[in-house]
Design a protein around this ligand. Structure first.
Ligand code: ADP
Ligand code: ZN
Length: 201
């Protein structure tokens, strides 16, 4: 939704856990902009090469072409000044400088649509998403379905033991869970080795 007139810039953020349809929603909005013959540029961090280098691909296989970037400065460097709509997926991997960059883009009159994980594998706010939500004109929070109980799911459950903030993967490494079924300790290396030791005694 964007009722802004006269080239007023605008920031939209779509956030939620993995499998909640963020990429699908981002692609839907960008596709509509393309149908309206607006000039669109789409960026995603190069870190996420699960499916394709040059496309954003949703878990349901919907896709749209995109350009890989390393950080916010990279977005500015690749920006075509004629671009009217800028899409950014997996914004949680692009660093805090992204906040200033998207405000600048909106001040230049661009419509910026951002998707990203709002919380990490421990359920903590995943920066810079909280800051992006604060500067946004419009916010959409998407929920997945908890694979354990079928309730609305707001968490991304990591199924492999690792305490690194970023472990890129999809099916088999992460699943969507509701507040009640979320078990952040499952990802903890320490807890896992304690479990193994107890089993060995
Ligand atoms: P995100 O970008 O938030 O990770 P995607 O847009 O890539 O999400 O994928 C959303 C799609 O994932 C859904 O339309 C559905 O087909 C599929 N899916 C797989 N597992 C789940 C789940 N647990 N809850 C909801 N959708 C799921
Ligand atoms: Zn549940």
């Amino acid at each position: 939704m964007n009722f802004a007139k006269g080239g007023l810039g605008w920031i939209e953020v779509v956030c939620g856990p993995m499998f909640s349809g963020k990429s699908e929603e981002l692609i839907r909005r960008l596709r509509r902009a393309e149908i309206a013959r607006q000039r669109v540029q789409i960026f995603k961090p190069g870190i996420d090469q699960r499916y394709a280098d040059d496309h954003i691909v949703s878990h349901s296989e919907v896709k749209i072409r995109s350009t890989n970037v390393k950080n916010a400065a990279d977005v500015m460097e690749r920006l075509d000044l004629r671009t009217e709509i800028i899409g950014i997926d997996e914004a949680q991997f692009l660093g805090m400088e992204l906040v200033e960059t998207v405000v600048k883009l909106a001040d230049m009159g661009k419509r910026v649509i951002i998707a990203g994980l709002d919380t990490d594998y421990l359920g903590r706010p995943f920066h810079p998403m909280p800051e992006l939500l604060a500067v946004a004109d419009e916010i959409t929070k998407t929920l997945a379905i908890c694979v354990q109980c079928g309730n609305p799911a707001k968490h991304t459950q990591r199924l492999v033991a690792s305490e690194d903030l970023i472990v890129v993967g999809a099916a088999g490494m992460y699943e969507a869970r509701c507040r009640r079924c979320f078990e952040p300790e499952l990802a903890s290396v320490k807890t896992r080795s304690e479990v193994k030791q107890t089993a060995a005694v």
